[in-house]
Design a protein around this ligand. Structure first.
Ligand code: CA
Length: 220
């Protein structure tokens, strides 16, 4: 995953860059808006982390230019607390999320991961897993051309596992994900849903229990 960082505060930029690299992202970094814009126009990046107040061209202008060029790259704004109007303008102009300075570097990583997950999910309208095909728009699951009936909760859990394939999901994470679809449920009932999913999908899935940690849908 390749990230472009445009931030004119060199100390902050270097710290973010180091943190991203520690988390296995490759990073290009510019302290200047014009140079950063040129780079994002001419190279491919999975995500842009963008300061708003920049020399030569400001962050808002960069977002406008990218969206005018129909670039769908996810954009995370990082801005000072007193730039609230700018931040709102940034989101209106087409940024995806923002972080207020000062922030913890771990928070940057968390936002980056969430944005990357979301963009991968949105660009993949259909996700194939073994002999299953999941349509992310219609929220339907098919096996060899036949629809598989899952309840709303089962589907929400399976969708979450599928988007995060090869990642352990805790029961709490699973509950959090499905709470938007239904009334709140207790983490202990996740087991029941998982066992129903296993029963319905059988050999098509490799859904393991990571003891004490949660569940993992393995791609192997
Ligand atoms: Ca700045």
């Amino acid at each position: 995953m390749k990230i472009l960082l445009i931030e004119d505060n060199e100390t902050l930029a270097n710290a973010i860059c180091k943190k991203l690299e520690q988390n296995d992202y490759s990073v290009d970094m510019f302290y200047d808006g014009e140079e950063g814009l040129y780079s994002v126009e001419t190279s491919f990046y999975d995500l842009l982390i963008l300061d708003l107040g920049l020399p030569s061209i400001d962050g808002i202008e960069i977002i406008k230019k990218l969206r005018a060029l129909k670039k769908t790259i996810p954009i995370l704004i990082i801005s000072a607390r007193d730039e609230i109007d700018q931040r709102i303008l940034g989101l209106d102009t087409g940024a995806d999320d923002y972080l207020c300075k000062p922030f913890e570097l771990n928070e940057v990583i968390a936002r980056v991961q969430a944005l990357l997950r979301r963009s991968k999910y949105q660009s993949n309208l259909k996700i194939t897993y073994n002999d299953l095909v999941y349509d992310t728009q219609n929220r339907t699951l098919m096996k060899k051309g036949e629809y598989i009936e899952l309840t709303k909760r089962e589907l929400a859990i399976f969708e979450n596992l599928l988007i995060n394939v090869d990642t352990v999901l805790s029961k709490e994470n699973i509950v959090e994900h499905i709470s938007t679809y239904t009334e709140s449920i207790h983490p202990s009932s996740v087991e029941t849903y998982v066992s129903r999913i296993r029963k319905k999908l059988g050999n098509s899935i490799n859904l393991k229990t990571a003891r004490g940690l949660g569940y993992i849908l393995s791609s192997k």
